[in-house]
Design a protein around this ligand. Structure first.
Ligand SMILES: [Mn+2]
Length: 413
């Protein structure tokens, strides 16, 4: 991302901050796994969105008082021994270059600078960014900091700006769309590589490996754990066990995505293992495709995700009864039990689209109807990534093969 973009985002976020406040944001800490190893570090997406920096342990501070208005980025202290073991951490020059924050201090100075600022200025409000969805989750950095604050500075008011940042993230800039297109392009290559190698007897994990190899070759990461679900397991929405050999005449469902600079693709495709759909599979597939096309057609500003989901259900109510997949309309929940869209961006299930949210230009959403019959061992999901425009939408993943004919032709070659 361009530095100017990042600066603009921070200005947008901070412009309404009150005088007498300090904003403190954390990139996140390493979490111990076992012995001297840690879990792979995942940067707090909001922090990355606002600073362009993706290292652990960083802290961003914005001091906004009557006399002072300044940003400080705290980076790891210079540590020559650690440099010998794991290499350089983010340097001051790199930090300035990436973030456009011109005051960069070592982390060891954070506490003294923070407390001195409190002592010498009239500050009554601290803004933090904290995300939580259950009591059980371990405390995040913002929460640990808030706890510490309330012990030592109980008079300070703490305000959570998480939802405000999330809302900003729902509308993507052209630059962000480009990143997502790159992620989708890598995903397309991965899917085509899967199809080059697919055949009965190949294991689900081998197809996953085909995809992940292409991601690695392109220096892309995985947006989420690759789902390769054949036969009856395709009716399990998040099957990531990937242990079975593919069986002739079965379908195999792929739900996968690359991520480039943390921007995610999220694509599902369902293919016949032998390269040709049976008539029954084709019937199912055509219904899902029809539902998907109708949803995509309906996407434009002002429409809600709930309305989109209703389109799928109404297509299914007609078509699934006609095709004898269910006996009556009210059984549609037995063959379709998720919703059709979610927001996509720095997170696969991107933040900010609150319940009942209305589509706006610049949002990117998935369209992923599924149809699942355990009885018939058929599970199908078709998922594309759609950009909402002023007057409709653009399918960002339209280059990934999808129609029955395209798939059968490609697999025959
Ligand atoms: Mn999805």
């Amino acid at each position: 991302m361009k530095r100017e973009t990042i600066i603009k985002r921070r200005n947008e976020l901070l412009k309404e901050n009150k005088k007498g406040s300090i904003t403190v944001l954390f990139s996140g800490d390493l979490v111990k796994r076992s012995a001297d190893s840690t879990y792979p570090f995942v940067v707090n997406r909001n922090f990355y969105y606002l600073t362009n920096c993706e290292e652990d342990s960083l802290i961003y501070v914005y001091i906004n008082t009557e006399n002072v208005s300044k940003e400080i980025l705290f980076i790891k202290d210079y540590n020559p021994l650690e440099e010998k073991w794991v290499g350089k951490s983010l340097t001051k020059d790199e930090a300035i270059h990436k973030s456009g924050i011109f005051i960069v201090q070592p982390l060891s100075q954070f506490e003294s600078i923070f407390t001195r600022t409190l002592a010498r200025n009239d500050v009554d409000t601290i803004y933090v960014d904290s995300e939580r969805d259950s009591f059980k989750q371990r405390l995040n950095e913002a929460e640990k900091f808030t706890k510490k604050l309330s012990d030592s500075y109980p008079h300070l008011k703490v305000i959570n700006i998480n939802q405000k940042i999330n809302l900003m993230r729902t509308v993507k800039s052209d630059e962000e769309i480009e990143e997502m297109k790159n992620a989708i392009e890598v995903t397309r290559e991965g899917i085509e590589f899967i199809l080059k190698n697919i055949k009965p007897g190949r294991y689900e994990y081998q197809s996953a490996a085909d995809f992940e190899y292409q991601c690695a070759l392109n220096n892309a990461k995985l947006a989420f754990d690759t789902i390769v679900a054949s036969g009856k397991d395709a009716t399990i929405l998040h099957y990531v066990t990937n242990q079975k050999p593919l069986v002739e005449n079965d379908l195999v469902l792929f739900d996968l995505g690359a991520s480039v600079n943390h921007y995610c693709a999220d694509i599902s495709r369902t293919f016949p293992v032998s390269g040709k759909f049976t008539d029954r599979q084709k019937t199912f597939y055509t219904i899902v495709l029809k539902a998907q096309e109708e949803v995509i057609k309906a996407i434009k500003p002002g429409v809600t995700l709930i309305q989109l989901n209703e389109i799928v259900r109404s297509v299914y109510k007609d078509e699934c009864v006609k095709a004898n997949i269910i006996e009556s309309e009210d059984q549609v929940d037995q063959v379709y039990y998720h919703s059709v869209s979610h927001s996509l961006g720095l997170d696969t299930h991107d933040v900010g689209l609150v319940e009942g949210a209305v589509l706006r230009p610049g949002m990117v959403v998935t369209v992923e109807p599924g149809l699942y019959s355990e009885k018939e061992s058929i599970g199908i999901r078709i998922e594309d990534d759609i950009l909402v425009t002023e007057d409709g939408s653009i399918n960002l993943s339209s280059s990934i093969l999808k129609s029955v004919e395209e798939i059968e032709t490609y697999m025959r070659l």
